[in-house]
Design a protein around this ligand. Structure first.
Ligand SMILES: N[C@@H](CCC(=O)N[C@@H](CS)C(=O)NCC(=O)O)C(=O)O
Length: 210
């Protein structure tokens, strides 16, 4: 059984969407980051970086933080959403790392300066919005010739990037400017597991559509 410590953010939703896709049972422990739950000593024991998401696997006592590591672990544990063939496996890891090192940190900053603190720093808003749009262009070009980020199969790479694209409204980005992203995004949004994972913990937020 997986115990998930998380909140309704893009990094949190990567894991709830994956767990719903896997159809495995999990206990959700909400860590309300708006109320500083992430700084509580008991959470720090499983997430030393004070950030959600984190998991405990009661089958073996393993604890993990960092969403990319959690996704790789769950893929390995279940044999799903990470191809075993060398080229596809490494394409999956490559695009997962692209999300972890680029999409997450940069779009996170765009949310900060474009949505939460508009007009605080014109320089920062412009910088992170420009980088966000550059990243969408990279994804758009990849998806122009490939149905999924790793090429042929829906994988943890798509599940990692999608919740960030699901903040396109916060970013003031029109996904229709990136037609291949818009098609990929809409396709994933229609999956029952995406819709279920979006809503853990329960939220009134709706999945924004392009
Ligand atoms: N690289 C980490 C980033 C995690 C992260 O930034 N989590 C945010 C929510 S999306 C958080 O917990 N923020 C609370 C804080 O920074 O105090 C991952 O992918 O797990």
């Amino acid at each position: 059984m997986i115990d998930l410590y998380s909140w309704g953010t893009p990094n949190g939703r990567k894991i709830t969407i994956m767990l719903e896709e896997l159809g495995i049972e999990y206990n959700m422990h909400p860590i309300n980051i708006m109320k500083d739950d992430q700084f509580k000593p008991e959470f720090l024991k499983i997430s030393p970086n004070n950030k959600i998401p984190a998991i405990v696997d009661s089958d073996n006592g393993l604890t993990l933080f960092e969403s990319g590591a959690i996704m790789m672990y769950l893929a390995e544990k279940t044999g799903k959403f990470m191809p075993t063939e060398t080229k596809a496996r490494w394409a999956t890891i490559e695009w997962l790392m692209f999300q972890m090192g680029g999409v997450g940190p940069m779009m996170g900053q765009a949310h900060h300066f474009v949505k939460y603190n508009p007009d605080k720093s014109e320089y920062a808003s412009a910088r992170y919005l420009l980088e966000t749009k550059r990243l969408y262009k990279v994804i758009d070009e990849r998806l122009a010739d490939n149905k999924w980020l790793n090429g042929d199969s829906y994988s943890i790479a798509d599940m990692a990037v999608w919740p960030w694209a699901a903040r396109h409204d916060w970013q003031t980005v029109d996904l229709n400017d990136y037609p291949s992203v818009a098609k990929w995004y809409t396709n994933i949004a229609s999956r029952p597991a995406t819709q279920a994972g979006w809503n853990v913990p329960e939220t009134e937020q709706k999945i924004p559509m392009p």
